[in-house]
Design a protein around this ligand. Structure first.
Ligand code: COA
Length: 333
């Protein structure tokens, strides 16, 4: 019987730190407003000419490969999640593949927004358990800072997001004691427009990208913050419970919950619903903001580096985001 296990983790965050105070140059906001509503103190922005979505992913992947003691040539497949690719197409996974010299292997380019990493991990898990592949690189990478509207009009969205990348090497094992136990994916497209970027879109009268679209704000992130918040707290809890039930486990069995870093109030609410003590939930949104598909692997990396993920631990990854999408993965480390 084949199982999938995570053998290496890596991440990259750009060195350009943007504090809440820095944002007051562009919009009317305050450190107090941002911290009170989201918990965020600072985030990272990429440096033009130095970082790209693919280069950040490559840096994260190099670290993950090294820690897994796996060479680039041993990787059979890349599953790459991003909603902020370097080109409209092809996806940044292909650019990262080129940079890492992994020519010839398949690249699955997925979006799935803030749930992207868990969706990507689920795909890797299936391919390994069917025996198709032995070593898969799972990546989440985002440059949000060039998409957000930093004027007053976009401030409720702009203050939340940041840039970064995370990666995991997922490999086949026959050891049932250390493996991905299950993954659970959900979506509800009825809420697609509650968190979305409309343009550039293909179903337009003439061209898919025009100056008018830019002027009308079609390229900006539109978010119904209230709806996102209300759905997130319910779905996060539900999908974690679903994973536990599928494995005949309960919340007290969780060693570490790694939630997508959407908002510290959402994570706190979910933690309370599950009656988990604070030390069992990873929060690093204070330093990175919401990095969409990169948030879970960055948080998992930091937890692992801090010795908070040990062999035998039950680690739960959980995400919610645009789509709406929500997902979880339960891992016996
Ligand atoms: N700084 C200062 N004031 C701001 C602001 C900012 N960055 N953004 C919005 N405001 C103002 C609004 O204009 C509004 O002013 P008004 O009362 O004069 O009209 C006021 O603050 C309250 O705005 P509102 O949008 O109702 O705030 P909120 O308490 O609902 O918080 C969010 C907004 C976005 C922080 C909150 O809805 C949220 O966290 N939602 C979930 C978002 C999320 O997690 N997204 C990622 C999902 S993966």
């Amino acid at each position: 019987m084949k199982y999938a296990t995570i053998t290496g983790l890596g991440y990259y965050v750009p060195d350009n730190v943007i504090t809440n105070e820095d944002l007051t140059q562009y919009m009317e906001t305050s450190d107090e407003w941002i911290q009170e509503r989201t918990g965020i103190q600072q985030r990272r922005y990429f440096t033009y000419g130095k970082d790209t979505n693919a280069s950040m992913a490559a840096a994260a992947s190099r670290m993950a490969l090294e820690r897994a003691n796996v060479t680039a040539k041993e990787v059979d497949l890349i599953v790459y999640a991003t909603i902020t690719p370097d080109y409209f197409f092809p996806g940044s996974g292909f650019l990262m593949q080129r940079e890492l010299g992994m020519d010839g292997i398949g690249v699955i380019d997925i979006r799935d927004q803030c749930s992207g990493f868990v969706y990507a991990l689920s795909i890797a898990d299936q391919f390994i358990r069917t025996g198709t592949y032995k070593t898969i690189l799972v990546v989440g990478s985002e440059i949000q800072s060039t998409w957000i509207d930093k004027s007053n009009q976009g401030r409720s969205v702009a203050v939340i997001f940041g840039d970064g990348a995370g990666a995991a090497v997922v490999q086949a094992t026959s050891d049932p004691a250390h493996r991905i136990l299950s993954t659970h994916l959900h979506a509800d497209g009825r809420f697609a427009e509650d968190l979305y970027v409309k343009d550039p879109g293909s179903s337009r009268p003439n061209r898919s990208a025009t100056k008018e679209m830019v002027d009308e704000g079609g390229f900006n992130v539109v978010m119904n913050g209230n709806a996102v918040f209300k759905h997130a707290v319910v779905r996060f809890t539900e999908v974690i419970q679903e994973a536990l039930k599928a494995n005949e486990l309960s919340p007290e069995d969780i060693s570490l919950l790694v939630p997508h870093q959407a908002n510290i109030r959402i994570s706190d609410y979910v933690r309370q619903q599950l009656k988990l003590p604070e030390e069992k939930v990873i929060n690093n949104i204070q330093r990175y903001g919401n990095t969409t598909a990169a948030s879970i692997p960055i948080a998992l990396n930091e937890a692992w580096e801090q010795g908070r993920v040990r062999p035998g631990d039950l680690v739960c990854l959980a995400a919610f985001g645009s789509g709406f999408t929500w997902a979880s993965a339960l891992i016996r480390w």
